[in-house]
Design a protein around this ligand. Structure first.
Ligand code: XIL
Length: 316
């Protein structure tokens, strides 16, 4: 059997992965899998605000540019991640934030979106313009942007991004919107409202960070519902974590988590990419954030393919 990207090629679906640029160019096995198995890449951290503007007015796009070169060399598309978020803001902005007026906060956010989108203009397929704007109860997250600018920061961000790169596909991206409930309803209402107003939004990203203890969401139905609004969809950060050590039952639940979410994307015409949030357990963000959990990725700590990988091959 051949690689994921080769298997998916006839379907038109892009299979992507988040890339940890610390490994690029220094870990041959990592590079080889990243290049061979995937047809799209997302920077795991290096396009976030704290990475690209560590000091006010001092930009550092070196790592992100390296990823762009890697993608080009390997005929991969790039998902830009992420322009407007409450998290991973540079320290200078965290410190400055509370004292900003609405006008100043708007100017800073606008400058950031325009600078970054302009830097990568023509090289980004999809941008996660706004990331994780909602709380679990469906209210808007009390971020610096909500506090200082109000709810309109969201539509402003899409308009600025579109102005800077009219060809990039612009996404709203969030987690736990794969499941029905107040957060999914709020995201749906948001994007419906944006479409109605003519705000340049092209798609919704379902992060799809699954955990075997919470079950597998019905992404086929959900993505079709969002697609009816005239939006594309994507699964943007798939991983399926479980409590360690992995039992045989959890292993098969993890396999099902991967295969069912990929199948959902294949069954929804609007779903244009399926991206895993890293491919090797050694580099996964899960153990650091969910203590006692892990084994969430397609390859083990030694970058040997696990049954999850075979599960994806089988669906394709
Ligand atoms: C995570 C990265 O994987 C970590 O390396 C980093 O320390 C924190 O951020 N949702 C997102 C991603 O949109 O940006 C997050 O990535 C994971 C959750």
């Amino acid at each position: 059997r051949t690689t994921l990207r080769a298997l998916a090629q006839p379907t038109g679906l892009r299979i992507g992965t988040a890339i940890n640029t610390d490994e690029l160019g220094s870990n041959a096995r990592y590079d080889r899998i990243a290049a061979r198995q995937f047809s799209s890449v997302t920077p795991e951290n290096v396009m976030k605000w704290d990475a690209v503007e560590p000091q006010r007015g001092q930009f550092d796009y070196a790592d992100a540019d390296e990823l762009i070169r890697f993608a080009k060399k390997n005929h991969q598309l790039v998902r830009g991640h992420t322009l407007v978020w409450y998290n991973q803001l540079p320290q200078w902005l965290v410190e400055l934030g509370p004292s900003l007026t609405k006008k100043q906060a708007t100017a800073i956010l606008k400058q950031h979106v325009i600078d970054e989108v302009t830097h990568f203009k023509g090289r980004i397929w999809q941008w996660d313009v706004v990331n994780e704007a909602f709380e679990e109860d469906g209210t808007l997250r009390n971020s610096l942007w909500l506090q200082k600018i109000g709810p309109s920061y969201i539509e402003k961000a899409f308009r600025w991004a579109h102005e800077a790169d009219p060809k990039a596909l612009l996404f709203y991206n969030d987690y736990n919107i794969e499941y029905g409930g107040p957060k999914q309803d709020a995201a749906y209402a948001l994007v419906k409202g944006l479409k109605k107003k003519g705000v340049p939004i092209d798609g919704v990203g379902f992060q799809t960070h699954l955990d075997t203890q919470y079950g597998i969401p019905d992404l086929e139905t959900t993505m079709k519902k969002f697609a009816k609004l005239g939006l594309k969809t994507a699964e943007t950060e798939v991983d399926v974590r479980t409590t360690l050590p992995v039992t045989p039952v959890e292993q098969s639940a993890q396999n099902a988590g991967y295969s069912e979410t990929l199948q959902a994307c294949l069954l929804v015409k609007a779903c244009i990419s399926y991206t895993v949030w890293g491919f090797g357990d050694e580099y996964s963000w899960i153990p650091g954030v969910f203590p006692g959990e892990g084994a969430a990725d397609l390859y083990d700590e030694n970058l040997v393919a696990k049954p999850q990988y075979t599960a994806l091959q089988t669906v394709l």
